[in-house]
Write a protein that binds this ligand. Structure first.
Ligand code: MG
Length: 342
């Protein structure tokens, strides 16, 4: 299928899944989880490691290559901290500590490095986690573009709060916490030459810890996922595929800003494929869904909405009921949608 790596392999869609299945899992599938936990075998937001009776440690890592490194709503530093915190939060965990590695290009201005570290510190302070270790390396000019920030986050949770993807069940309702596509649209616009001050929207980058904590108290929540690379399309397809179920979503129920729709239509990009960095998809029991939505709305997510449900049907399919009343299949994204989105 491919001779060498393309940008699409890093897009978080179909080609990334292909690399994971045919290269990563080929080598590591026999060493992919710890007994009693989950790892590459589940490909969830964080790995799950049992650490005692009904308690788990959650562990996740991401490298951030976003271009441009400063954008309305955040920068590569806040993105790295919040992005990794969110991968622990959506598993039902409380993030505790982060380690981070910075690889910087020779000639990178110290003033900008300081700005990025300040953003990281502010996010760490707000979320009450600690930066407990890291690494710092420099590469010769031209051998790396500005800098790459890698963050790993650990957190902890109890069995009853653990939200793993395989808990998504037939009959569940699907909720999104807010408007989709804002981070992706922001980065795409900047990469297309729009000036930051001309943008009518900004990245939704924000921690999901408070949202998840508040809905765990309601109960009936089976899984949450931060809709990062691959956006809502990938999140829905993952839910459907991991459980052999059909997902149905209603276009008129999905919150999207008008400016984002106009912008994506102009560029011919599917808004459902665009990344979010502070918006989650949640699978929840029908009996709890109204309360989950009202708790989210009271806790800073005024546009939280029920967008669809999980059904028995053709396994692994996502159906989108369009505004005109027809159905179409919502495929996982493919190709190079927005390179270096996060
Ligand atoms: Mg995630």
């Amino acid at each position: 299928m491919f001779e060498s790596i393309t940008l699409a392999h890093g897009g978080g869609g179909r080609e990334t899944s292909w690399i994971i299945e045919n290269f990563i899992l080929k080598h590591f599938k026999d060493y992919s989880s710890i007994r009693g936990g989950y790892g590459l075998d589940l490909l969830d937001d964080s790995a799950v490691i049992p650490i005692g009776r009904d308690e788990y440690m959650l562990f996740t890592i991401d490298s951030y290559t976003v271009n441009p490194i400063f954008f309305p709503g955040g920068d590569i530093g806040s993105l790295a901290i919040i992005g990794s915190i969110n991968d622990v939060a959506v598993m039902g965990g409380e993030p505790k500590a982060i380690v981070s590695s910075l690889v910087v290009e020779e000639g990178f201005p110290l003033r900008e490095l300081d700005k990025i570290l300040y953003s990281m510190r502010e996010a760490i302070k707000r979320e009450n986690v600690a930066l407990i270790g890291g690494d710092f390396k420099v590469m010769s000019k031209g051998q790396i573009d500005k800098l790459v920030v890698t963050t790993a986050c650990i957190g902890f949770t109890k069995k009853e709060d653990l939200l793993v993807i395989k808990k998504v069940r037939e009959g569940d309702k699907l909720v999104v916490t807010g408007p989709i596509g804002l981070h992706g649209a922001t980065i795409l616009a900047l990469q297309s030459g729009v000036k930051p001050e001309e943008l009518p929207f900004k990245s939704d980058l924000s921690p999901l810890t408070k949202a998840i904590k508040s809905i765990l108290r309601v109960g009936g929540v089976h899984k949450a996922r931060d809709l990062t690379r691959g956006g809502l399309s990938m999140g829905l397809n993952d839910f459907a595929r991991s459980n052999g179920l059909t997902v149905v979503v209603y276009e008129d129920k999905i919150p999207v800003d008008r400016e984002v729709i106009e912008f994506t239509e102009m560029l011919g990009v599917n808004v459902y494929d665009l990344a979010c960095e502070g918006t989650a998809l949640i699978s929840v029991e029908e009996d709890s869904v109204e309360e989950v939505v009202s708790v989210l709305r009271e806790n800073g997510y005024p546009r939280a909405s029920i967008i669809g449900e999980v059904r028995r049907g053709k396994p692994g399919y996502v159906l989108l009921k369009t505004r005109t009343g027809g159905f179409r299949i919502l495929e996982p994204p493919s190709g190079e949608i927005v390179p270096r989105i996060c």
